[in-house]
Design a protein around this ligand. Structure first.
Ligand code: AMP
Ligand code: TRP
Length: 335
C-alpha cells in the first residue's frame, strides 16, 4: 500500500488554491490510505524574515483550517514539523548528497532569491528539507499542486543517490499525486493563486466576502460587452466552476458563456452559490474548533507521536547503514 505524505506552509488559513490543488485531495486520500501523514512545515517557513508571534499564530490557524477542511486525526497523522526533530537531522544527511547546481536550478529558489540582497543558505536548502520530510516516512506518494513537481524530482534523485551509495533499496522514489485542479489561478487571472500575491479567496470567507472578491475578478478579456460570446477555456471563473459546481451546472455555464446567454455577473452569481455550498460546512467546523480549541492541540499531539515513532525507526536504520550508529570497539583494523 502506498504511503502518503504531504506538507503545507503555515501561511495562516487555507485559500481555495491550496485547498483545491492539494488539501481536498488529502481529505479523500486519508480514507483510502490509512496511515497518511500531513505536516505543517514551520521550519520551511523561516527561510525569510518573519515575526515569531505571527508564525505561532499561523501554525495554529493552519492546523485548525486543515481539521476544518476535513483532515480526521483518527485516520491520518496531522503534526507540526518542528515537533519531530528528525526532519532536520535527515535533511543534513541529504545535503551531503545533493549537488549545489541542482539546488541553484530550482525555479522557486531562483524566483525568491532574485528579490533578495542577501540570500540565506536555508532558502537554497529548502528542497533538501522537503526531501527529508517525505523520505523520513519512506512515503512514495505525495499529493501536491503543480508547483511542487520540480521539488519532488529532487527528492527522487536524493532517494536514488542514497540507495546507490549505501547499497540498499531503502528509500522509495516519491511521486507527485496531482489533482485536476493542479494550478488554480488568482482572481487577477494572471498568476498562481497565492497568499503572497494577495489574489486569494480564503476558505473561511463569508458568503458576502466571497462575492466581493468574485465580482471584480478577471474573466475572458475579449468579452467586453454582455452580448460578446465568451471562451470558457480561457476564463478563470469557468475553471472555478469546474472545481466547485456540479457537472450539469458546468455544462450549462459553458453553453451560456459561448452563446452570451449569461453575462459574466450571472455566471459569477451561480459560482458563488456553488462555492458557498462547499465552503459553509468547512466554516462551521472551524467555528466548532474555535469553541473547543483543545481538539486542535490533541490532534497535533497525537499526530506528532505517530510521526516520531516512524521517524525514529527510519533514523535508526539510516544511521546503521551509514556507519553513524552507536560506537563499538573495533573488531578489525579498518580504523
Ligand atoms: P503552500 O500553501 O504554498 O504551502 O502550498 C500547499 C500545497 O498547495 C502545495 O501542494 C501546493 O502545490 C498547493 N498549491 C498552492 N497554491 C496552489 C494553487 N494556486 N493552485 C494549485 N495548487 C496550489
Ligand atoms: N514546499 C511545499 C510548498 O510550498 C511545502 C512542503 C514542505 C511539502 N515539505 C513538503 C510538500 C513535503 C510536500 C511534501 O507547498
Amino acid at each position: 500500500m502506498a504511503r502518503i505524505f504531504s506538507g503545507i506552509q503555515p501561511s495562516g488559513e487555507l485559500h481555495i488554491g491550496n485547498y483545491l490543488g492539494a488539501v481536498k485531495n488529502w481529505v479523500q486520500l486519508q480514507d483510502t490510505h490509512p496511515g497518511a501523514l500531513f505536516c505543517v512545515v514551520d521550519y520551511h517557513a523561516i527561510t525569510g524574515s518573519y515575526d515569531p508571534a505571527v508564525l505561532r499564530a499561523r501554525r495554529w490557524g493552519m492546523a485548525k483550517s486543515l481539521l476544518a477542511a476535513g483532515i480526521d486525526p483518527t485516520k491520518a497523522a496531522l503534526f507540526v514539523q518542528s515537533d519531530v526533530p528528525a526532519h532536520t537531522e535527515l535533511s543534513w544527511i541529504f545535503t551531503t548528497l545533493t549537488p549545489l547546481g541542482d539546488l541553484e536550478r530550482q525555479t522557486q529558489f531562483k524566483d525568491k532569491s532574485s528579490k533578495m540582497e542577501s540570500i540565506p543558505a536555508g532558502l537554497l536548502m529548502y528542497p533538501v528539507l522537503q526531501s527529508a520530510d517525505i523520505l523520513l516516512y519512506r512515503a512514495d506518494s505525495v499529493p501536491v499542486g503543480e508547483d511542487q513537481i520540480q521539488h519532488l524530482e529532487l527528492a527522487r534523485d536524493t532517494a536514488r543517490k542514497w540507495n546507490a551509495k549505501f547499497g540498499q533499496e531503502y528509500f522509495p522514489e516519491p511521486k507527485p499525486l496531482l489533482t485536476p485542479t493542479r494550478r488554480i489561478m488568482g482572481l487577477d487571472g494572471q498568476s498562481k493563486m497565492s497568499k503572497s500575491l494577495g489574489n486569494t479567496i480564503g476558505l473561511m470567507e463569508t458568503d458576502d466576502e466571497i462575492w466581493a472578491k468574485l465580482r471584480p475578478a478577471m474573466t475572458d478579456p475579449q468579452r467586453v460587452r454582455k452580448t460578446d460570446a465568451g471562451r470558457p477555456e480561457v476564463c478563470n471563473i469557468f475553471q472555478l466552476h469546474k472545481a466547485f459546481s456540479r457537472a450539469e451546472t458546468v455544462a450549462h455555464a459553458d453553453a451560456q458563456c459561448r452563446t452570451a446567454g449569461w453575462g459574466c455577473m450571472d455566471c459569477k452569481k451561480v459560482l458563488q452559490e456553488s462555492m458557498v455550498q462547499e465552503l459553509t460546512p468547512i466554516r462551521r467546523r472551524a467555528e466548532a474548533l474555535d469553541a473547543e480549541p483543545q481538539r486542535v492541540l490533541d490532534a497535533l499531539a497525537s499526530g506528532a507521536n505517530t510521526a516520531r515513532a516512524i521517524a525514529s525507526e527510519t533514523m535508526r536504520e539510516v544511521r546503521g547503514y551509514m556507519g553513524l550508529d552507536a560506537v563499538t570497539i573495533p573488531t578489525d583494523t579498518l580504523a
